[in-house]
Ligand binder design. Sequence first.
Ligand SMILES: Cc1cc2nc3c(=O)[nH]c(=O)nc-3n(C[C@H](O)[C@H](O)[C@H](O)COP(=O)(O)O)c2cc1C
Length: 454
Amino acid sequence: MNLVVGIGLRSGTSYRELRDLVDAALAAAGGGDVRTVVTVDGKETEPGLQRLAASLNAVLQTASADELARQSVPTPSQQVARLRGTPSVAEAAVVLTGAELLVTKRRSINATAAVGRLHAAPGYPPTEREVVHRVLAERRDVRRGFVDKPIADEVLMRVLESAHRAPSVGLSQPWDFLLIRDLATRRKVHDLATAQRDAFAASLPPDRRQAFDGLKIEAILDTPLNIAVTCDPGRGGRHVLGRHADPRTTWFSAAIAIQNLWLAARAEGLGVGWVSFFEPGEVAAVLNLPAHIELVGYLCVGHVEQFAPAPELVRSGWAARRPLAWAVHHEEWGRRSSSPEDDAAQASGEAVAVGMQRVRLVIDGDPEEHLGEPDVLVVLLGPDRPLADFGVLWRPARTPVEAVELGVEVARDLALQGVGQLAVQVVEESERADAFVRGLRAGARACGVKDFQA
Ligand SMILES: Cc1cc2nc3c(=O)[nH]c(=O)nc-3n(C[C@H](O)[C@H](O)[C@H](O)COP(=O)(O)O)c2cc1C
């Protein structure tokens, strides 16, 4: 049984007094493993309490008097409220962790104790939890502001250890980390990225191209270390558990290792920029990789002046972040907290639209006929999957209602990618095309797309 012990105490209370009090309370609870000892902020430095937590092999955690005062407990005390700013410390501390109170407040001369049962393993204490969420929020893709400071070996090893601890399908650990410091090699890789940058720029409509020209997309030569993260699809042999039905899980595993690396690097103050402006085989050739090894990610790593508060693509107005509510479906695809159409109707155009890129949507048109123009996106609403092409958006609407919702979503997604003007042309009139255009109109209005023509 996982137990939590709440303790209130006067300063200087001895370990012996606390231990006797807690032992009696634990006996009354019927025994179990104490995972956490909780007290009020400020008491965590008490030597007797620290020794108690250590002797129980438990985490010592604190809560503020305000947090404790918000808990509902069986035996509140006015006197404690006057002294501590909360009517209960021991019981409230137990309740605050989400535990079920098993033994209510017991007293010794200088302390109180209560015991609760945790029905599930506890998470981290709040301050440690915040650090985890903070590193997730403050990880950035960094391409600018690298400083001339070498990466200490022990720092790099800690980062690689964390990457190497990633989950992997069947524990196949398909990744490897090729550390590249050599300038001549980095120059060759840089040339490949420059060529792909030029190719991408040439594919853009003029307005988008101008915005792209201001963006930095790699830091291959600005960083002291590049890391090529690779995947060996055959790692683990024939019968890797969990891979047989979905081989993509091997590449997922390698990608997760990169995320671990990225987060650990952030915690160490190291900036990481992922560069994917490559045809992976060309990088593999420059790096002389064995033919069975595939490139998953190419990372530029170094110390930085600062970590920006938001993604560079957001700060530059290239793209916007997608609200979480748009990404969460309940039980059935498309069932969100509120329907996209209702969202769209209620929104006042306060805008995710971040740019003025113009896109011409050609609904149910022939891709071959229309894709010559770089600002065209062909949308196909029929049930047959078209050939893969980023210029073709397949949205197989099963019903007119779904067509409306898909229309809202497409308008939203385009607005997130800097589209501020939408011109719509329906090639083949149909009920679903009509519904889709209604959705587009609503979504465009809701997202602040300035110019909508249909
Ligand atoms: C698979 C992948 C490939 C990426 N490729 C590039 C790239 O080639 N160049 C670039 O500037 N950023 C690249 N990025 C970084 C994204 O632009 C960045 O993660 C996104 O804008 C969000 O910003 P943040 O990582 O700072 O939160 C890549 C990110 C991922 C996950």
